[in-house]
Design a protein. Sequence first.
Length: 472
Amino acid sequence: MKPLAVTLIADPHYYSKKNWVDGDPYRFPPQREQQYKRGSEEIIRYVFDEVCRDGAPDIILINGDLTNNGEVTSHEEMRALLRKLKSRGKRVYVTTATHDYANGGNGFSYGFDKDNREVLVPALQREQLYDYYFEFGLNEALSVHLPSMSYTVKLNEDYLLLALNDDVGKQQCGFTDDCFLWIEQQVRQAQANGQFVVAMTHHPVLAPSVLYRLIAPGDVLEDGEETAKRFADLGIPCILTGHSHIHNISSVKSESGNLLYDVSTASVIGYPPYYRRITFDPEQCAIAVSSVLLDRIPGLDTDGLSLSDFTKKLFLGNISDIFTFAETDYEQFSELAIGFSMPKEKSHRLKPVLRPAAKYINRLTFGRIWRFSRRTSAVTRQEMQLVKAEKVLPFAIEMIANLFKGDAALQGTSQADAVKYAIAVGFFQHLDKRAKPFHKKLQSLGIESIAATVHPLLQNDGLGDAEAILHY
């Protein structure tokens, strides 16, 4: 069985400039958010050109959220770009997700008027998506699960694509019993045919971080870990996911000893602006995962920065605002928190905790942290003087950015970086000691250790998130 290479593009969230209904998107500064909505057209056009260069895989996978929020204009332009991609010899397979149709079934999404205020624009309904994107996978389907719009396609004699749509689970994103029965049937048939199953869905099956699962439990597949183990026991070693906009590779082993990797890919128009190339090699029981980081996009104004640095600036500015507004303007904070999958009502419930926490964090220095945790910190008083007056918030913001970027490396190469890292490690170890009376409560939230939970945001000591060879 020869290796098979594919390109995965996650969460393009294409947003047509026609949705600035009677305004001009370039009149307004880009919004501080995790996605660069205004530049989506230029970015996606560039990526589609890049994946058509010599040596790139012929198979392109896009696993949902093709558009920002289902706007008709966005769908029209995105479909035209996909058609052009196919005309250039690429095999394109897509699924849709919750951002591809109107919320609440009202047939509308949001655009902007000349003052950049939100106005209603027409959007597609979920039931329209089957026919709308039929030519990008469903037309080649060997089998279709109609309620979910999941399907299978023979990529070649040795490989079967299992393209899953998980937006109609029992209560939230997930798979109904009927859908999972169909999945089992498709996988068993593929195995009987001697085929390797390439699986993709939209929502993460495994939470890319314990913290993400706590903040946004509804954004991880329903019964995700149990589902992941069922996939592993079916003989699926890897599933390609998106939605979280987090660049991460996680894994779980079933009770039978079978392994599943969840390869989560960041949004191509967000921070970090990545897409992936993945090579499956069943003969070696290995999957090679690499990432392409976008740099300069022709025709796109990024203030002289690379696209990665520009989107990071937008994103980190948003995080900085969140801490500021959590202390000074909580209503504004609750609006911004929506972009981090925290509903308004939840942010208001947490106000008695979050507001004083933000006030404390905004003033916190490394010297103060060291004094708090000096008994657990491997930092001397003399070393601490290097960073004593430095505010902790920029370091904490980098930790949050690392949640999305993966491959955290805050230990750095300079002595000051190493000291800040060591103080942070000592601080979280000290928190574990202080939290012993609440250990059972933390366990119920899936937290065995605060230090261990937070450590991947400080330093990635395990499998790479951008580049990795996955053995199974």
